[in-house]
Ligand binder design. Structure first.
Ligand SMILES: Nc1ncnc2c1ncn2[C@@H]1O[C@H](COP(=O)(O)OP(=O)(O)OP(=O)(O)O)[C@@H](O)[C@H]1O
Ligand SMILES: [Mg+2]
Length: 438
C-alpha cells in the first residue's frame, strides 16, 4: 500500500501543505538568523550592566557590609559573585553564533580579559568574569536572563498557521475539483449508455470549455443514437409491411405448392421478423424507459418464464427471497427472455433459472446443459453481431447478448458467462441493490 493518495484533491492538498511547510520553515530560519545578532548584543549589554553594577557595588561598599550586599544580590536578582583565579580553566563555550557575538561584545565593554562560560565548577548558568585590580571574580546569572523563554510556543503557533493553511488549501482545491467530479460522474454515466444531464458550464475558463465540449459530445452521441433508431425503425417498418403481405399471401395459397416448402417459407418469415425485432431492440436507446419504482425481480422472472412454459418449453425456476430493486421492467424482461432464448436455442433441452442475493445486491442465473461458451470467447460474444459459429445455427442476429449487456450495465450491474459445473453455460446477471437510479 502506498501513502501517496489516489485522488487529485488529496494529492493537491498534500503538495500545497508540503510547500507551505517548507516555506514556513524557511521563513522561521531566516527570521531566527536575522534576529540572533540584535538579541545577542542586547543580552551582552544587560549582562555588562549587571557586571558593572556588581563591580561598582563591591568596590565602593563598606567592607563590613559586603557580605550583606552579596547576599541581597543573590536573593533579589539571582546574581551570585564568587572569587576566582585567572589561572583556572572553565569549560569552553559551545560553538554558537549567539554566544560568540555576546562574548565579543562583553570583551569590548568590560575589557579583553573578560571570560564568558556556561558552566563553572559543575554549576550551570551565565558566568562572566571581571577583575578588581588583579583579582578575578565571577558573576553568575540564571540562564533565563539571556535565553528566549520558550521555542515550544513558536512551534505551537507554527503548527496552527500550518493547519490553517492546509484547511485553506483544502477549500481551494475542493472548489476547483467540484466541476471535475461532476464531469467524471457524467462521463461514467455516458459510458454506461445513459444520457447524463448537462454539466454546469461555470468556473474557470479551462473547466468551462471542458464542460462545454463534454456537453456537446454527449448531445452529439444522443442525436446520433436517435437518428440511428429512427433509421432502423423506418427500415424495419418498410420491411415488415411487405413481409406481412407475403405471410398472408402464403396462407391464402391453395395446395399447389408442397406443404414442406410452405412451412419453410413461413419459418423464414418468422426468422426475418424476429431479426427485425432484435434490430429494433438494439437500436432503441435502453434508457428511454425510466425506472419504475422498486420491483420484484422474482415476480418479473416468473412472468417471463410462464410465457415459455405455456408453450411447452422446459424452463424451471428456483427463486430465493430478493430485495426490491429499482428496475426498468420492460428492459429486464428483455434480458431474461434473451438469455432463456439462448439457452433453449444454443443449449437445447432443459433450462433452469435461479435467483439469489449477492453482496447486498441480487443475481439471477440462466443455466443450460449445452456446449457452453469458452472463457476466451465470452467477451467477444457480448459484442453486437458476433456468434460463436455462424454455421451452427442458421438463424440469430448475434445481438441478444449485446442487448443484455447494455441493459444490465445501465442498471449498474454486469453479466458473466460462466462455465456450468458438469457442462453447459451459466449466464449470470448481477445487479446492485441501489443501482444508479436515473
Ligand atoms: N446458452 C448458450 N450456449 C452456448 N452458446 C451460446 C449460448 N448463448 C449464446 N451463445 C453463443 O453466443 C452467440 C451470441 O449470442 P447472442 O444471443 O448475442 O446472439 P444469437 O443468439 O446468435 O442471436 P439473437 O440476436 O437472435 O439472440 C450465439 O450465437 C452463440 O454462439
Ligand atoms: Mg440470442
Amino acid at each position: 500500500m502506498t501513502l501517496w493518495p489516489r485522488t487529485l484533491l488529496w494529492r493537491s492538498v498534500l503538495l500545497i501543505a508540503a510547500l507551505l511547510a517548507v516555506a514556513h520553515l524557511a521563513w522561521l530560519q531566516i527570521f531566527r538568523a536575522s534576529e540572533i545578532e540584535p538579541r545577542a548584543l542586547q543580552a551582552a549589554q544587560q549582562v555588562a550592566s549587571v557586571v558593572n553594577l556588581t563591580r561598582a557595588a563591591l568596590v565602593t561598599a563598606d567592607p563590613a557590609r559586603r557580605f550583606a550586599l552579596l547576599d541581597e544580590l543573590a536573593q533579589r536578582e539571582g546574581i551570585q559573585v564568587y572569587a576566582g583565579d585567572p589561572q583556572e580553566a572553565v569549560p569552553a563555550l559551545p560553538e554558537r553564533p549567539f554566544l560568540r557575538i555576546m562574548q565579543d561584545r562583553l570583551q569590548q565593554d568590560l575589557g579583553p580579559r573578560t571570560r564568558l562560560a556556561l558552566e563553572r565548577n559543575g554549576v550551570a548558568g551565565v558566568w562572566v568574569s571581571f577583575r578588581i585590580d588583579e583579582e578575578e571574580f565571577w558573576v553568575t546569572l540564571p540562564r533565563s536572563r539571556i535565553e528566549r523563554d520558550s521555542s515550544l510556543r513558536w512551534i505551537g503557533w507554527g503548527a496552527l498557521v500550518l493547519a490553517l493553511s492546509v484547511l485553506g488549501a483544502f477549500v481551494i482545491v475542493a472548489r476547483i475539483n467540484r466541476p471535475l467530479r461532476q464531469l467524471t460522474r457524467a462521463a461514467v454515466e455516458l459510458g454506461r449508455g445513459a444520457t447524463p444531464s448537462p454539466v454546469a458550464e461555470t468556473g474557470p475558463e479551462e473547466i468551462r470549455s471542458l464542460a462545454r465540449t463534454f456537453n456537446q459530445m454527449a448531445a452529439d452521441i444522443r442525436r446520433q443514437d436517435e437518428e440511428r433508431a429512427l433509421l432502423l425503425a423506418g427500415v424495419s417498418h418498410d420491411l415488415r409491411t411487405p413481409l406481412a403481405r407475403i405471410r398472408i399471401a402464403l396462407e391464402m395459397l391453395d395446395d399447389r405448392g408442397s406443404a414442406d416448402l410452405k412451412a419453410g417459407v413461413a419459418q423464414d418469415i418468422g426468422d426475418i421478423d424476429a431479426a427485425i425485432s432484435q434490430f429494433l431492440d438494439f437500436a432503441r436507446a435502453p434508457d428511454a424507459e425510466t425506472v419504475t419504482g422498486q420491483s420484484d425481480l422474482n415476480a418479473l422472472a416468473q412472468s417471463v418464464i410462464e410465457r415459455y412454459t405455456r408453450t411447452g418449453k422446459a424452463v424451471s425456476f428456483t427463486p430465493a427471497p430478493l430485495p426490491l430493486l429499482p428496475l426498468r421492467t420492460r428492459a429486464m424482461q428483455r434480458v431474461l427472455s434473451n438469455l432463456i432464448d439462448n439457452a433453449l436455442r444454443h443449449g437445447g433441452g432443459n433450462v433452469e433459472v435461479v435467483s439469489g442475493v449477492n453482496n447486498g445486491g441480487a443475481f439471477i442465473e440462466v443455466l443450460d446443459r449445452g456446449p457452453g461458451i469458452p472463457e476466451t470467447e465470452t467477451a467477444r460474444m457480448l459484442q453486437p453481431f458476433t456468434r460463436m459459429d455462424s454455421a451452427r445455427s442458421s438463424s440469430g442476429t448475434g445481438l441478444g447478448l449485446a442487448i443484455v449487456d447494455r441493459i444490465v450495465r445501465l442498471h449498474g450491474g454486469r453479466i458473466r458467462l460462466l462455465p456450468r459445473d458438469g457442462g453447459g453455460l451459466r449466464a449470470r446477471i448481477e445487479l446492485p441493490s441501489a443501482p444508479h437510479a436515473k
